[in-house]
Design a binder for this molecule. Sequence first.
Ligand SMILES: *[C@@H]1O[C@H](CO)[C@@H](O)[C@H](O)[C@H]1NC(C)=O
Length: 226
Amino acid sequence: MKLSSAALSSLSLLVVSALSQSSKFPLLGGFDEGGRRVETSWVKSTKFWYNVPLSTSADFLLRRAPSGSSHLKRKSDYGQSPIPRLGLEAVWKKMIQLGGNVSMQSNPYGGRMAEISPSETPFPHRAGNLWLIQYSSNWKDAADGETRLDAINQLYDLMTTYVSKSPREALLNYRDVDLGTTAHGQADSGYSYFKANFHRLIRVKAAVDPGNFFHYEQSIPTKSVV
Ligand SMILES: *[C@@H]1O[C@H](CO)[C@@H](O)[C@H](O)[C@H]1NC(C)=O
């Protein structure tokens, strides 16, 4: 099975937690039978993210009942230089101030990710990126939406100084309508997700789906919007 680069990148944290056999990842120092680091298949790693035991039958993935939270927001960033100590302190302070209403998680880049040319596949976030950051908030009561979106935006704003710029890059998997939607004639999200590959994707889209049959808020437009 050949995974898309985007899928692989979103799993890089899991590679640390799930694939650290010393022969394959010597820098991780081997594996821990206690369960913090185990080697497992990609399908089983999906169970890890759903918090079910790895021994659960793969049929688990066919159950389509929605899990816990009913509302969520995701945003993402790419870190391209270390965050200075004062910056980290500002981040911790902000997160404490926001009372746990937003989480921040990062996946290390580099290694094989950095060896692949940014134009080889649509996924452009290659050499020069140190890590991917995901900001998240989940909540049950619709009335909490405003507070939660405000919390995630405050942290995202504070991070502006420490992450990629022009475009501020983002991971497609963490769809973020704040980056612009085709409905509003803004295709900025295309640059954040695909950088220069966006132009090629527009040409492909125009050739294979000129009527824009497959579309959603941030789908590739059929003609250049810039
Ligand atoms: C966190 O969000 C909840 C709503 O989900 C809100 O009631 C609470 O005041 C927020 N906490 C802070 C510190 O903003």
